[in-house]
Design a protein around this ligand. Structure first.
Ligand code: GLU
Ligand code: ZN
Length: 492
């Protein structure tokens, strides 16, 4: 059997981490099995479908380097791959179900249905949902309603008895009594649009899909889909519902946990290879040990057996760690190219960078490389190099458990030491600063921290001596002197 899998998103919002994980698993599985990866756009809900969301889908897959073998933009033998271009097909298949006695037209008005619902709620009725009112209309009754010009929907005749079982690679057999399945769900709406269930099943069949890997939240639809395959007389595909992606608190990953849109991660400067690697580890592992995989390796090694049954936890800190590791694998040249756009966005570097700007960026890169978690960190780390900093408040200059007077004394003694940096090695300067701390009987940080804040305006910066050298000794000393006057005012 040749493997054919699909990613079938509904473009109603930005691509979500969980969705992309589904895409990746399908893609890797297809590659590992030498099968085909198909992209299908499920835009049956035309009101919620947006052009932005569709563009975001293409951009996201492009950015991650996931190419699809068949689908929109590339075509294929089973197209079109956008459901809104397949509507007549769904209508034909719905007609076929009706003529085979597997589905029927329902003429109930929205008013009747909402009255029914209210009544069921009020009576706390055991059987909620459609009451199958139109299931057994005679031909005469039906023609009469049709001749009145009444609108109709098409509903599936769910068997009244028996059970439906579907097998899931991870979860095993899942069985449901047919009497518990939604009574006669709508397949085709009155405007001729299909519902998700109808379009999804028809397309998976016509596109020759062999395995369905999708989020576990679709498990409840499983029995209904099996009933649809049976109604059509088709063989269902193999199911493998993927464990949920949770936040660290065990709740389904959502905006409460942080960004969930891939676009946001991209903007902050996560590298596609880092995101791909980490997301692949959420709910899958190779041997429980190995953490680093290139796309090519995943395309070779991925297998369904190694998908975890338990929900995957999306840990933002772990992703940062991966991203940092991937950043440090870049050459300085590659990293420069990646960082320049962020510095341009911050207006530190011109649209067409000048020679001076470029040489500054080149000098910064090796210094920040070790500390970047995401590319955009470079902006805050290098702000002090490109812009005049606000004169730090004395409260931020003075370390905890140290007083203003001591801090003032520190900075006064620091100035001549920093001036010597022009012709003295960093190790020597460091020794002198440590000796200064010892002499004043304060912690080393009581010396380094005020210097850092005075020079960079922040407690977080690249390594101190590198920062001072990048800035230039004159500017650094001028900033130290401004800090000294601030503290003098404080002490006075
Ligand atoms: N369009 C559905 C979604 O957005 C597809 C579910 C499936 O893969 O069957 O999740
Ligand atoms: Zn009806």
């Amino acid at each position: 059997m040749s493997v054919r899998v699909r990613y079938a998103p509904s473009p109603t919002g930005m691509q979500h981490i969980g969705g992309v994980r589904t895409a990746l698993f399908n893609y890797f599985f297809a590659r590992a099995q030498k099968g085909s990866f198909i992209l299908r756009v499920e835009d049956t809900d035309q009101e919620r479908t947006t052009a932005d969301a569709l563009q975001d889908l293409y951009d996201t897959l492009d950015w991650l380097g996931i190419e699809w073998d068949e689908g929109p933009l590339v075509g294929g033998d089973h197209g079109p791959y956008v459901q809104s271009e397949r509507f007549s097909l769904y209508q034909e298949y719905a007609e076929k179900l009706i003529s085979d006695g597997k589905a029927y037209r329902c003429f109930c008005t929205p008013e009747r249905l909402s009255d029914l619902r209210e009544k069921q709620v009020a009576e706390k009725a055991k059987q909620q949902g459609y009451d199958r009112h139109c299931r057994n209309l005679t031909d005469d009754e039906r023609s009469k309603l049709e001749s009145q010009g009444l609108q109709s929907v098409v509903r599936l005749k769910v068997p009244l008895e028996g059970k439906t079982t579907f097998h899931d690679v991870l979860m095993g057999d899942i069985t449901r009594r047919n009497s518990d399945v939604n009574p006669d769900p709508v397949l085709l709406k009155s405007d001729g649009f299909p519902t998700y269930h109808l379009a999804n099943v028809i397309d998976d069949h016509l596109m020759g899909i062999s395995h369905i890997m999708r989020a576990q939240e679709w498990i409840p639809s499983g029995p209904l889909h099996i009933l649809l395959y049976e109604a059509f007389g088709w063989e269902p595909p193999i199911y493998c519902h993927l464990p949920m992606v949770m936040g660290k608190d065990g709740q389904k990953l959502s905006k409460r946990h942080g960004s969930t849109a891939v676009r946001d991660f991209r903007k902050k400067g996560y590298l596609p290879e880092a995101l791909m690697n980490y997301v692949s580890m959420v709910g899958w592992s190779y041997d429980g040990q190995r953490e680093f995989f290139t796309k090519e390796e995943l395309c070779e090694l991925f297998s369904l057996e190694k998908i975890n049954k338990a929900p995957g936890v999306f840990d933002y800190k772990k992703l940062d760690w991966y991203n940092g590791m991937y950043i440090r694998q870049k050459s300085d040249e590659e990293l420069t190219e990646l960082l320049v756009p962020y510095l341009q966005e911050a207006t530190f570097v011109s649209e067409v960078p000048t020679v001076d700007e470029l040489s500054m960026v080149k000098a910064i890169v090796p210094v920040v490389k070790e500390r970047l978690k995401v590319l955009e960190d470079v902006v805050e780390m290098s702000r002090f190099l490109f812009t005049e900093i606000d004169v730090p408040q004395s409260s931020s200059l003075i370390p905890k458990k140290q007083d203003a007077k001591t801090t003032l004394e520190v900075l006064k003694q620091v100035v001549p030491i920093i001036k010597k940096m022009a012709n003295t090695a960093d190790e020597v300067i460091e020794e002198e600063l440590v000796a200064l701390a010892n002499g004043l009987e304060i912690k080393v940080n009581g010396v380094f921290m005020p210097i850092r804040v005075a020079v960079t305006g922040s407690t977080i910066s690249p390594p101190l001596f590198d920062s001072i050298r990048l800035l230039g000794l004159d500017t650094a000393v001028a900033r130290l002197e401004r800090a000294i006057s601030t503290l003098e005012n404080e002490v006075a």
